[in-house]
Design a protein around this ligand. Structure first.
Ligand code: FAD
Length: 468
């Protein structure tokens, strides 16, 4: 029987990163993945394919709507070849997942394909597609089995017309009218893909705003911009039924006043969240407890109720984000190696890859109000930047919230071009506990979108913004 210092179950960003770090730290490491390709949700049916389609559809939209403004005239008809777009996406996914195999080999990590299930605290059985089994021994294990799309009890996902994000990433036609249930990150990103490709898109959201966990200024700005792009929103609508009649999909919902409203389309994309995935793991055989939400219960060291077994990523509490899973993978590897790592969960950024992009770190204004903290706000609009005018991407803003007494930056919230990348500056600044004035006194290259960060910091410290 093969014996390992660490066995990782699941090869998503949490699992494969944990395996690499364990191997770097000199531990004999194995990784088990159920599917033929490694990379988990993120690489196969999440972050990477969705960004590939967002980029492709963005190019199309630019060609149709914006090239002319730049003096670029297209003489022929600009058409979408959805099959080719999907093939390109598939090849991006393939290159990326193959990269994980390369990294496993490079780090001398043994890979097993099959479903991993605990026989006891130190033995894991791997069952492959043919039903063949093999048992390996693990001094320590890391559970990184991730999550799956969740649904509402009355929705039957038929994977044809009533679909989740997984099917939405491989549609064979552009819907005529895509009804999206849920105005969160995934619904908005995939909604925008199909909007750009020509679908009518209606987002039905239970809360009174999209992106309900982000700063409300961001929800407001993105709603305004997406409405300009002709996306439709039904906010404060509680979906009560979804039916595929054969000819169309009919969604019934109750509005704020309790009136029943009907939506008709040809596809319904249910984006109502994701649930932790532990099926087949037989966690109970190892004494690993789940909480009432089905997540693996962990302590501050991300250790489960079995002391030699840890868990990371979507399968435990916290934001369901690839980079959060990665941080936890490194954290657990270093903890097993006897180090004392640290994760500041307040500084895990959140990003929405619509265009304009949306990015956040730290506390929102709503959270500061609720905590009764006194704070200052500095906000700077993207439209006032030379860089924005040059590119034509004028929507959005950077908003900095800093402590009223110490000026320490408490939260940074952005909407605009390339803010998914800009947020890294805010994370760095906050990691080093910078004040708004610190940021305002750092030179930012001109002309860049990053100048909005400096200007917002200037605005937060005695209203000193220079270009507005
Ligand atoms: P996963 O990536 O879910 O990986 C778990 C792996 O474990 C899977 O490969 C699964 O097959 C395997 N597994 C499960 N059980 C077993 C078992 N018993 N034996 C063996 N293998 C098993 N996050 C971002 O940060 N940025 C984004 O832009 C982003 N975009 C997204 C877009 C979409 C459409 C979706 C759906 C998600 C997106 N996410 C994004 C979220 C991100 O994909 C997840 O947070 C991330 O993949 C979680 O990583 P993980 O390692 O915890 O689990």
């Amino acid at each position: 029987m093969n014996t390992y210092d660490v066995v990782v179950i699941g090869s998503g960003p949490g699992g494969y990163v944990a395996a690499i770090r364990c191997a770097q730290l000199g531990m004999k490491t194995a990784i088990i993945e159920k599917y033929a390709t490694k990379g988990g949700t993120c690489l196969n049916v999440g972050c990477i394919p969705s960004k590939a389609l967002l980029d492709s559809s963005h190019h199309y939209e630019d060609a149709v709507k914006h090239f002319a403004e730049h003096g670029i005239e297209l003489t022929g008809e600009v058409k979408v070849n959805l099959q080719k777009m999907m093939e390109r996406k598939a090849s991006v996914v393939e290159q990326t997942t193959k990269g994980i195999d390369f990294l496993m080999d490079k780090n001398k990590i043994d890979s097993y394909q099959g479903e991993g299930s605990f026989k006891d605290k130190t033995h894991i059985e791997i069952t492959n597609e043919k039903g063949e089994t093999e048992t390996i021994e693990a001094k320590h294990s890391i559970i990184a089995t991730g999550s799956k799309p969740s649904s509402l009890p009355f929705i039957t996902i038929d994977k044809e017309r009533i679909i989740t994000s997984t099917e939405a990433l491989k549609l064979k036609e552009v819907p005529k009218h895509l009804l999206v249930i849920g105005g969160g990150v995934i619904g908005l990103e995939l909604g925008q893909v199909y909007k750009r490709l020509g679908a009518e898109v209606t987002v039905i959201e239970y809360m009174d705003r999209i992106l309900p966990t982000m700063d409300s200024a961001q929800s407001k700005e993105l709603t305004k911009v997406l409405k300009k792009q002709k996306m439709k929103f039904a906010l404060s609508h509680q979906v009560t039924s979804v039916e595929n009649t054969g000819d169309e999909v009919v969604i019934k919902a109750k509005d704020k006043k309790g009136n029943e409203v009907e939506f008709k389309g040809d596809y319904c994309l249910a984006c109502v969240g994701r649930r932790p995935y532990t099926e087949g793991l037989k966690a109970e055989n190892a004494g690993v407890k789940l909480n009432e939400r089905g997540q693996i219960e962990v302590n501050e060291q991300l250790q489960t109720s079995a002391s030699n077994i840890y868990a990371v990523g979507d399968v435990i509490k916290g934001a369901m984000l690839a980079h959060k899973a990665e941080e936890e993978g490194v954290f657990v590897a270093e903890t097993i190696a006897g180090q004392k790592p640290h994760i500041d969960y307040n500084l895990i950024p959140g990003v929405v890859y619509t265009w304009p992009e949306v990015a956040s770190v730290g506390k929102t204004e709503e959270q500061l109000k609720e905590a009764k903290l006194t704070y200052k706000v500095g906000q700077f609009p993207m439209r006032a930047l030379g860089r924005s005018r040059a590119s034509g991407d004028i929507d959005g803003f950077v908003k900095i919230l800093s402590d009223a007494t110490t000026d320490e930056v408490l939260g940074v919230h952005m909407v605009g071009a390339r803010v998914a990348d800009l947020i890294a500056e805010a994370v760095t600044a906050m990691e080093f506990r910078a004040s708004a004035e610190d940021i305002s006194r750092m030179s930012h290259a001109h002309p860049t979108y990053a100048e909005a960060v400096k200007e917002a910091a200037l605005a937060a410290t005695e209203n000193r913004a220079l270009h507005i």
